[in-house]
Ligand binder design. Structure first.
Ligand SMILES: [Mn+2]
Length: 294
């Protein structure tokens, strides 16, 4: 049996970039069922696609997976815009059947009110801009590249996934203080909106803790940490790290249920071809001004 959550929240998949762990997130989503799936921003990296990114088949597979969740499990999907998929601003709010594209949302859990937003709104307010600028520059791209090299090496030797970029960030003082400041600012905003909690993404740092009486939840990312948030039907939240999932035992379970469920879904065979995706617009030049990226 697949674990059935009430809600799964993922953010910062950055589809269209090399660092995007598209295969991994598809595999992750296949392990679970959920009533609600919230895609909390930066799912498609429109900025990168405009510059040098390429849309690959595995990126389309992510959306095929989402469509399957809607069809097979009647999952309600909310796609909230992030700064990298801000091209969505032109079309939202938009609702097509069980898919809703919007800016942000209020979510209720265990009688508590949560404000869900990607969380880039504070980029202009936070004073420690050095780290944000760094995320946008060659250093961050290099770090993600090195991360891939290191993990390729580790994979070949049977070692578990290790997030080099998270390790480096934890060492850089300015990054740590930026993250602290960010988390506090978002908790403050939730309180100002009369909410008991905040659910965001953006800084690629998964979290589940109390900040001054506000429940702060961050769904992490799928370029570095491969993490997500899940809420069970009792309203308990948990962080799931891809590297900690025991796929083997889940797989064995699925083989068992195969014989009991004749309508077992056929996976991956029906890939909807999406050959060309163009995110080019006449405003390309806007991107060349400070290339913030997070
Ligand atoms: Mn972002």
């Amino acid at each position: 049996m697949k674990t059935h959550f009430k809600t799964i929240i993922v953010s910062d998949v950055h589809l269209g970039t090399k660092g995007s762990k598209a295969k991994e997130i598809v595999r992750f989503l296949k392990q679970y069922r959920c009533d609600n799936l919230i895609l909390n921003g930066d799912i498609i990296d429109g900025w990168q696609l405009k510059k040098s990114g390429t849309w690959k088949r595995k990126h389309t597979r992510f959306f095929n997976r989402i469509l399957k969740m809607i069809e097979n499990h009647d999952t309600q999907v909310f796609y909230l815009r992030g700064n990298h998929d801000d091209f969505l601003d032109q079309i939202l709010p938009l609702q097509i059947g069980k898919l809703s594209i919007q800016t942000d949302m209020i979510y209720e859990s265990k009688g508590k009110k949560y404000f869900i937003t990607h969380g880039d709104i504070f980029d202009s307010i936070t004073t420690n801009l050095r780290w944000i600028a760094y995320l946008g520059d060659i250093g961050y791209t290099f770090l993600l590249w090195l991360n891939r090299v290191v993990n390729h090496y580790r994979f070949k030797r049977g070692l578990p996934y290790f997030s080099l970029s998270q390790y480096v960030k934890a060492k850089v003082k300015s990054a740590v203080s930026y993250i602290d400041q960010y988390e506090t600012e978002l908790a403050k905003m939730a309180r100002a909106k009369g909410c008991d909690g905040i659910i965001c993404g953006h800084i690629h740092k998964a979290e589940n803790r109390e900040i001054e009486g506000i429940h702060y939840l961050n769904s992490g990312d799928w370029v570095e940490t491969m993490s997500a948030l899940a809420e069970d039907h009792e309203g308990n939240w948990q962080l799931i790290y891809y590297s900690e999932i025991d796929f083997k035992s889940i797989q064995t379970d699925q083989i068992g249920s195969f014989f009991e469920d004749p309508k077992k879904e056929v996976e991956e065979d029906s890939i909807i071809p999406l050959r060309q995706v163009s995110f080019r617009s006449s405003q390309d030049d806007d991107l060349n001004s400070p290339a913030f990226r997070s």
